[in-house]
Design a protein around this ligand. Structure first.
Ligand code: T1G
Ligand code: NAD
Length: 708
C-alpha cells in the first residue's frame, strides 16, 4: 500500500484511510492507492464490510486541481478517469461505508456516493463546487447525486456549487446518518451493523429522478437563474445539461454526456481563469519576505475612528468575526447616525436570511461607542476612517499615538493618501499600516493591506492573518497614490469618460463593459461610489496633473451641477426612489453641448473599441504597478480586481486576461491607441518588454522569484 492510502482489516471490517495532507486531494497517486486497496478487498472473503475515511482535518476536498491545471497546460496528457474505480467500489459486493468529516467536495463526494452508505460528523460540509472552477463534476456526480438527493437538490448543488451542511445533506438523502464522537469507531460500528444488509448501489436508485414534467420546470428555472446570477459562465449550464441527461438516459449513457461536457469545460478559457483565481487567492497570502512563522500580535479589541459609510461597515466586519469594537465620532448625533445605519444593515441581512436575529443581537452587543480618544488605550488595533484629508488624518494619528498602548496597530482606511506621510504624525511608524476596505465594507471581500516604508513584518503578518479571520481576501500592496485598485481604476474611468466625449453614449459604454462581464459599467460605478469623491481628489491634486495631456472634464461638469450620482438622485444616470437607474436625456444633451463647445469631433464607436480601451488601460497601468513592485505578482492585481472591482472571475483578472489574449496583441493595440489618442497610451516599459520577448505577466512574476 502507499503512504497516501492505508488499508487495515479488523474482525472482517476493512478500513481504507486516505492520507494526502492538507486536504486529501484525490490525485492520480491517491486514486492508484485506492485501486490497490480495492483489489486487496475484492479478493478477501474475510472482509464483510468496508469503511473509507480521511486522515487529518477533512475527508477528500476534491480531485487534485493542480493536476487539472497541468493537464490543461498539456504537461500531463490524460488523467485516468475516476469512473471505473468508483464502479468497482459500488460493485464490491460487500457494504461500503463512507465516513465523512470536514469537507467532502467534488471528487470526494463522488467517491462517497459510490459507496453504499454515508455517515458524517455534525459540521461536515458536502458539495460539488466544480462550477467555481469553471468545470462540472466529472466522476459521475451529476448522475449519482440526483439519484440520492433528487433532481432539484442536485441541480442546486452542481449549478451553484455552494457547500451543503451535514444536517441538510441528511435531510435530502445524501447522508444516511450523523454520528457523534470518534468517527472511525462509529463507522466501524455502522459497518458491522450493515455487513449483512444489502449494499444499495446509488446508480440503480432511480426513484428520485422525477417525471419529465416536474423536471422540465426545475431545469427551466435553474437555467434562467444561472443566466442571471452566474452571468457569462458556461459551467453552470453544462452542469444542468448533465443532470438532465441523468433523468433521460441510462446511467452509463448519462456518464458519457457528463464526460463530454466536463472535457469541454475543462479545456475552456473560463476554467483556466477560474483555477488561476482559486490558486491566486491562496497565493496572495504568501509574502516572500514575511515568512509564515513571523510572530503576530493578538487582535482581540478594535477601535474605529469615524462612523460614516466606511466606519460603520468596518465595525460590522469585526463584530461579525466576534471582535469587540469601539466606534468614535465627533459628536453624539454623528454616532447615532452611524449606529442607525449599522442596525439598518443588520436588519436587512436578517430579513434576507443571511443572519439569524440571535446572531445580529450578539453582534450589536459587540459594537460600543465613544466620543473620547482616551478610550482607545487598550485597543489592539485602531482603524481610522475619517474624511479623506491629509491634515485631518495626521491629526487623528497623532491623537492615537498619544493614547494607544505601545504595540497597538494604527491603521488607516484611506483610499488614496500617502501612508508614510500619515505615519510621520506618530512616533511609531513601524506600527502604521493601510487597511483599505471596499464599500460596502461588510460585503466586499477585498482588503488591500498597504505596506508603509517602516511597517514592521509583525504588523504585516498580523494583518494578513487577520484578513482571513475577517473572511476577507487580504492582498499586500505598496504605498503609492491609489495603491493598486484605485490607481488602475482612475485611468479606467478616465478612458470611459473620453469615449463619451468622443461620441459614445453613456449606456453604450456601460453596456459594453457589462457584456464583457464587469459587475457594473464604469460610469454607473462612479454614480454608486459618488462622483464627488473623485472630484474632491482631482481638485486636491490639480497641481499634480501632467501638462500637455488631455483631461476628462464631463464628470467635473456634472459635479459642478451637484450631480454626485445615486446619493443625489442624479449623476450620469437619474435614479428613482429605489435607486433604480435610467438614462437621462438631460445628460446626453449636456454632453453634446460641452463636447461641441470643446470642439471634440464625434464618431460611432464600437463596443469592441470601448472594451479594449477600458480594459487595456487597466493592463497598462497594472504593468507599471507590477514593475514598480507595488504589487508582488500579476496574480495579486487579478485578485484585487476580482474581489474589489467586479472584474469577471471567468476572465481571471486584467493581467491574466492580457496573458490569455496575448500580451503582444494588447501591446500592438495600445501602440495604435497612442498614435491616435495621445500619450495617456504610452505603453508601460514592462508591457513593451514582455511583448517583444513573447513573454507573459505570469512568467514575469515567476521569474522575479515570486510565483506567477
Ligand atoms: N486540489 C489541490 N490542492 C488543493 C485542493 C484541491 N482540490 N483544495 C485545496 N488545495 C490546497 C490549496 O491550494 C492550499 O494549498 C491548501 O490545499 C489548503 O487549502 C472529479 C473535477 C477544502 C474548503 O473545488 O474549497 O473534484 O496554498 O488554503 O481555507 O468531479 O481548499 O497551502 O499551497 O483552501 O481550509 C473540487 C477546493 C475539485 C474544493 C479548505 N473541489 N478546496 O479550505 O484551506 S474539482 C474543490 C477548497 C473535482 C471531480 C472534480 C478549500 C477547502 P497551499 P486552503 P482552507
Ligand atoms: P464619510 O464622509 O461617510 O465618513 C467620515 C466620518 O468621519 C464622518 O462621519 C465624520 O463625522 C467622521 N469624522 C471626521 N473627523 C472625525 C474625528 N476627528 N473623529 C471621529 N470621527 C470623525 O466618509 P467615508 O466614505 O466613510 O470615507 C472614510 C475614509 O474611507 C476616507 O479616507 C475614504 O477615502 C475611505 N474610503 C472610502 C470608500 C467609499 O467608497 N466611500 C471606500 C474605501 C475607502
Amino acid at each position: 500500500m502507499s503512504d497516501l492510502v492505508q488499508l487495515t482489516k479488523t474482525d472482517g471490517i476493512a478500513v481504507v484511510t486516505i492520507n494526502n495532507p492538507p486536504v486529501n486531494a484525490l490525485s492520480s497517486a491517491v486514486a492508484s492507492g485506492i485501486a490497490a486497496a480495492v483489489a486487496l478487498i475484492e479478493n478477501d472473503d474475510a472482509v464483510r464490510a468496508v469503511v473509507f475515511i480521511g486522515a487529518g482535518r477533512t475527508f477528500i476536498a476534491g480531485a487534485d486541481i493542480k493536476e487539472f491545471a497541468e493537464r490543461m497546460s498539456g504537461k500531463i496528457i490524460c488523467r485516468e478517469s475516476l469512473k471505473p474505480l468508483l464502479l468497482r467500489i459500488e460493485d464490491l459486493g460487500k457494504p461500503v461505508v463512507m465516513a465523512l468529516h470536514g469537507t467532502a467536495f467534488g471528487g470526494g463526494l463522488e467517491l462517497a456516493m459510490a459507496g453504499h452508505y454515508r455517515i458524517a460528523l455534525p459540521g461536515t460540509q458536502v458539495g460539488q463546487p466544480e462550477v467555481k472552477l469553471g468545470i462540472i463534476p466529472g466522476a459521475g456526480g451529476t448522475q449519482r447525486l440526483p439519484r440520492l438527493a433528487g433532481v432539484a437538490k442536485a441541480v442546486e448543488m452542481c449549478a451553484q456549487g455552494a457547500p451543503v451542511s451535514a444536517e441538510d445533506a441528511l435531510k435530502s438523502g445524501v447522508l444516511d446518518s450523523l454520528v457523534e464522537g470518534d468517527l472511525l469507531t462509529a463507522a466501524i460500528a455502522f459497518a458491522r451493523e450493515v455487513a449483512a444488509k444489502p449494499a444499495p448501489k446509488t446508480r440503480e436508485r432511480n426513484e428520485k429522478l422525477g417525471t419529465p414534467e416536474q423536471n422540465a420546470t426545475i431545469f427551466a428555472a435553474a437555467r434562467e437563474k444561472a443566466r442571471s446570477k452566474q452571468r457569462g459562465l458556461l459551467a453552470p449550464l453544462a452542469a444542468i445539461d448533465a443532470i438532465e441527461s441523468a433523468t433521460k438516459l441510462p446511467f452509463e449513457k448519462g456518464c458519457q454526456i457528463e464526460e463530454e461536457l466536463f472535457t469541454k469545460c475543462l479545456f475552456s478559457d473560463q476554467s483556466k481563469a477560474l483555477i488561476h483565481a482559486f490558486f491566486g487567492e491562496r497565493e496572495v497570502a504568501k509574502i516572500p519576505d514575511v515568512p509564515k512563522e513571523t510572530p503576530t500580535l493578538n487582535v482581540e479589541s478594535v477601535g474605529i475612528v469615524g462612523a460614516g459609510t466606511m466606519g460603520g461597515g468596518i465595525a460590522m466586519v469585526f463584530a461579525n468575526a466576534g471582535i469587540p469594537v469601539l466606534l468614535k465620532e465627533t459628536d453624539r448625533a454623528a454616532l447615532d447616525r452611524g449606529l442607525a445605519s449599522i442596525q439598518k444593515n443588520y436588519a436587512n441581512s436578517a430579513k434576507r436570511g443571511r443572519f439569524t436575529q440571535q446572531f445580529v443581537d450578539e453582534r450589536l452587543k459587540l459594537i460600543n461607542t465613544t466620543l473620547d480618544f482616551g478610550e482607545f488605550s487598550n485597543a489592539d488595533l485602531v482603524v481610522e476612517a475619517v474624511f479623506e484629508g491629509m491634515t485631518l488624518k495626521k491629526e487623528v494619528f497623532s491623537q492615537l499615538d498619544r493614547v494607544c498602548k505601545p504595540n497597538a496597530i494604527l491603521a488607516t482606511n484611506t483610499s488614496t493618501l500617502d501612508i508614510d506621510e500619515i505615519a510621520s504624525a506618530t512616533s511609531r511608524q513601524q506600527s502604521v499600516i493601510g487597511l483599505h476596505f471596499f464599500s460596502p465594507a461588510n460585503v466586499m471581500r477585498l482588503l488591500e493591506i498597504v505596506r508603509g516604508a517602516a511597517t514592521s513584518k509583525e504588523v504585516i503578518a498580523t494583518c494578513m492573518q487577520l484578513s482571513k479571520k475577517l473572511n476577507k481576501v487580504g492582498v499586500l500592496v505598496g504605498n503609492c497614490m491609489g495603491f493598486v485598485g484605485n490607481r488602475m481604476f482612475g485611468p479606467y474611468r478616465r478612458e470611459a469618460q473620453f469615449l463619451v466625449e468622443e461620441g459614445a453614449s453613456v449606456t453604450a459604454v456601460d453596456d459594453a463593459l457589462y457584456e464583457f462581464g464587469m459587475a457594473m459599467g464604469p460610469l454607473a460605478t462612479g454614480d454608486l461610489a459618488g462622483l464627488d469623491v473623485g472630484w474632491r481628489i482631482r481638485k486636491e491634486n490639480r497641481h499634480l496633473q501632467k501638462t500637455g495631456l488631455r483631461q476628462a472634464f464631463i464628470e467635473d461638469r456634472l459635479c459642478e451641477l451637484g450631480r454626485f450620482g445615486q446619493k443625489t438622485g442624479a449623476g450620469w444616470y437619474k435614479y428613482n426612489e429605489n435607486r433604480k437607474p435610467s438614462p437621462d436625456p438631460q445628460v446626453s444633451s449636456l454632453i453634446r453641448q460641452w463636447t461641441s463647445e470643446a470642439r471634440i469631433p464625434q464618431r460611432q464607436i464600437s463596443a469592441q473599441e470601448i472594451v479594449e480601451r477600458c480594459i487595456y488601460t487597466l493592463v497598462n497601468e497594472g504593468a507599471r504597478i507590477l514593475e514598480e513592485g507595488i504589487a508582488l505578482r500579476a496574480v495579486d492585481i487579478d485578485i484585487v480586481y476580482l474581489n474589489g472591482y467586479g472584474f469577471p472571475a471567468y476572465r481571471g483578472g486584467p493581467m491574466w486576461y492580457a496573458d490569455t489574449i496575448g500580451v503582444k496583441k494588447v501591446y500592438d493595440r495600445i501602440c495604435e491607441f497612442q498614435q491616435r489618442l495621445g500619450n495617456w497610451w504610452e505603453p508601460a516599459p514592462l508591457l513593451q518588454r514582455l511583448a517583444e520577448q513573447g513573454k507573459t505577466f505570469a512568467e514575469f512574476s515567476s521569474r522575479r522569484g515570486v510565483a506567477a
